[in-house]
Design a protein around this ligand. Structure first.
Ligand SMILES: [Fe+2]
Length: 327
């Protein structure tokens, strides 16, 4: 299981994971869930689109819902540092024979729509339409008082391949799980650009598929408040796992499912990782506290279900699935 040195001068400069585009069946039902219950802010609503953001976000949105009738993920969004980085990215993808083409979107005129090494759809852009932060408009905060998007977590059919792709783009490894094989192999990796535990995570499984989007809350109490709100507004069945604390990332968490089954993680209290000599933390697959430092075991659905990416074949994983049971 080769861990490579971090790449501090990547071919183009990705700043962070920034947004996701999801297909839904009923925008009104989704709006009730994301706005009224979770407390995300609606930036814009059209006949077939809903654009949502957290309280501190100045980008137009971090979650785009498309009323397509198919519960697919259409794109994982990344913000890059400049237009020049988009040009460098286009050349980099072209040189590797990976799909990459410029398209216009309503919120970011120059968007590079590309596919990563496993076929996951990516949207790279430098400048999105901005809006006013609502961080100190406390009267608008409700539900889990979600501040911003934090990360994207995916199943991949080949963790080593996904790790090497994102490592070469400057994503730095912070934590990883490896198998008991000799030599051991990556089971899961957490990688960042922005200076906390992750922008992206990959776990061995039927993939590629989106496992969840992680959204940041100011405190763990905001997550507990959401438990009270969901359980008393008809969303009890949408609470899938938690609350609890992860060993990996140290995050306080709650996993929920939206009306179309897309999974959202409420996430608080991970840690700083910007130092150049920040060594990744190794976990073994046998250690149940890597997933659940404390809390109830995750249900089967959490291990097996995910959102399929548009135009991306789902393949059997490289490593044989193993039972994972929390304490
Ligand atoms: Fe997560």
């Amino acid at each position: 299981m080769p861990v490579h040195p971090p790449v501090f001068e990547p071919p183009f400069n990705v700043l962070r994971s920034s947004h996701v585009a999801l297909g839904v069946a009923d925008l009104a039902a989704s709006r009730a869930f994301y706005e009224d219950c979770l407390g995300l802010l609606v930036t814009e609503a059209t006949k077939d689109r809903l654009y949502l953001r957290g309280t501190e976000e100045r980008n137009h949105h971090s979650i785009e819902l498309r009323q397509t009738g198919d519960p697919l993920c259409y794109a994982l969004g990344y913000k890059v540092a400049s237009d020049k980085d988009l040009d460098l990215a286009k050349k980099w993808f072209d040189a590797r024979g990976l799909s990459a083409e410029f398209r216009e979107t309503p919120y970011a005129k120059r968007t590079l729509f590309a596919r990563d090494v496993r076929g996951m759809p990516l949207e790279l852009y430098a400048k999105m339409t901005t809006v006013e932060s609502a961080l100190q408009k406390y009267g608008l905060h409700k539900g889990a008082r979600i501040s911003r998007i934090d990360h994207l977590n995916c199943f991949t059919d080949d963790v080593q391949s996904s790790y090497e792709f994102y490592n070469s783009l400057g994503f730095r490894l912070t934590e990883y799980t490896e198998t008991e094989d000799k030599p051991p192999q990556f089971w899961a990796v957490w990688m960042h650009r922005k200076g906390n535990v992750h922008d992206m995570a990959f776990t061995n499984g039927l993939g590629p598929r989106l496992h969840h989007i992680g959204v940041w809350t100011p405190t763990a109490v905001d997550i507990l408040n959401l438990c009270d709100v969901m359980s008393s507004t008809g969303y009890l069945k949408n609470m899938e796992r938690g609350p609890g604390r992860h060993g990996i990332s140290n995050a306080f968490f709650l996993y929920i499912r939206d009306p179309d089954g897309h999974r959202v993680e409420l996430f608080a209290s991970d840690y700083l990782t910007v130092d150049h000599d920040h060594e990744p933390i190794r976990w073994t697959l046998r250690d149940p506290q890597r997933q659940t430092l404390w809390g109830q075991p995750a249900p089967k659905s959490w291990f097996e279900e995910g959102t399929v990416f548009e135009g991306c074949e789902v393949r059997a994983p490289a490593l044989e699935a193993q039972p994972i049971v929390a304490r």
